[in-house]
Design a binder for this molecule. Structure first.
Ligand SMILES: [Zn+2]
Length: 388
């Protein structure tokens, strides 16, 4: 049983190795760069259409806000009209009440003595007086009726006003929601706009790679460095070496003659440091035959001057990186061998003294990988290759 488990485990390990390894060692084809270009172009198109859509949305929301605002103004005016009407009714009620009071007063005075009746109503006979008395009654009845109607009207208007106030509140809420919706879309527009320059840069970078390798005669399915833009193969035999220089059977050597290792590989240190006890300007050699892939100071975040060389180890692309250089002695695209001085020891970038930081990776160079994380995964100890 135990044996069976081990067998299955071994089988899985072997299977994994077969599945994972070819994928891992497959280098970059021109097609991948072409696909990168397409990917970024599509990304840009998508962003631009999203942007256009969001801008349309904002315009629509703005229109809706304007509509709501005019509805709010209309409602405010309607409320004002109702208030005016209520005021008017109240005043009329006061008038009518005042009038009734006067009439009743006259009526009372009238009952107290005839002399007053005559005085007030100017009646010339009893018939005339009775007629005038009935008029008084009719008038007070009429006024009471009017007051009742006005009160009803006031109540109706108050109810309407309350309804409008509720509507007003709902409209304000709606306006507030639309405004935050507008802000959200505007924020979205800003963030899309912010990423567009990056996408444009990515298109330019991938396109320039495509152009570069096409100019070197690469076809879509060619593996760069192997099928085209061929990197010279690293071979164990090397002609005329200076005294004291050893090249291992696999064709790799140390990058300096003499000096010492000042810091080893590992524990967060991604390479091996070589130094001459702080002395600057010592020549640095390519660790093996290859093609200079990059010369410059834009590849790390610290501005170190560096050279990147790609080596063809039996069809597998291996990269060596030389950092903190004082100066360069090679240019991009140049073929080098173990006798080539690629530059001179310095302390450029993130460095506290003159030394060389040598870093090596399998299959992915700093520029071949999509992200720094991918690149880091491919870093190996330089002594994986430098075996003397
Ligand atoms: Zn280092």
């Amino acid at each position: 049983m135990k044996n069976k488990v081990i067998t299955i485990t071994s089988f899985l390990i072997i299977l994994f190795a077969f599945v994972a390894l070819p994928k891992d060692v497959s280098a970059v084809t021109l097609k991948q760069y072409e696909e990168d270009v397409n990917k970024y172009v599509n990304e840009l198109k998508e962003k631009e259409s999203k942007l256009a859509k969001s801008k349309e949305e904002v315009e629509q929301v703005k229109k809706n806000i304007a509509t709501i605002e005019s509805q709010i103004t209309e409602t405010t005016n309607n409320i004002k009209t109702l208030e005016d009407e209520i005021d008017k009714s109240n005043k009329e009620i006061d008038n009518k009440k005042e009038q009734s009071k006067k009439i009743i007063k006259y009526y009372q005075i009238m009952n107290e003595g005839e002399s007053y009746i005559e005085y007030i109503f100017g009646a010339t006979s009893i018939t005339d007086m009775i007629y005038r008395m009935s008029v008084v009654e009719q008038l007070t009845d009429y006024n009471q009726k009017v007051v009742k109607e006005l009160t009803d009207l006031i109540n109706k208007n108050k109810a309407k006003k309350e309804e409008l106030a509720k509507k007003q509140e709902e409209l304000s809420k709606l306006k507030k929601n639309l405004q935050s919706e507008k802000e959200r879309i505007e924020q979205n527009i800003l963030s899309i706009e912010g990423t567009i320059p990056n996408t444009k840069d990515s298109i330019k970078a991938s396109q320039s790679k495509v152009d570069y390798y096409k100019a070197k005669g690469c076809k879509s399915n060619d593996v760069i460095g192997i099928d085209c833009a061929v990197v010279p193969k690293v071979s164990g035999s090397s002609s005329s070496l200076p005294p004291g220089v050893t090249v291992g059977p696999n064709g790799f050597r140390l990058p300096i003659v003499g000096g010492r290792i000042s810091q080893g590989y590992g524990g967060g240190h991604k390479g091996v440091d070589f130094s001459f006890w702080g002395r600057c300007g010592e020549p640095i050699y390519a660790v093996a035959a290859g093609t200079v892939y990059y010369v410059g100071s834009g590849k790390d975040n610290y501005g170190a001057k560096m050279v990147l060389i790609v080596h063809n180890v039996n069809g597998r692309l291996v990269f060596s990186q030389y950092a903190h250089l004082q100066g360069y002695n090679v240019s991009e695209g140049q073929n080098v061998d173990v006798n080539t001085v690629i530059g001179y020891m310095g302390s450029t970038g993130y460095s506290s003294g003159c030394h060389l930081h040598l870093e090596m990776s399998n299959d992915y160079g700093w520029d071949y990988n999509a992200s720094y994380n991918t690149y880091i995964k491919h870093i190996v100890s330089p002594f994986t290759y430098i075996q003397l």
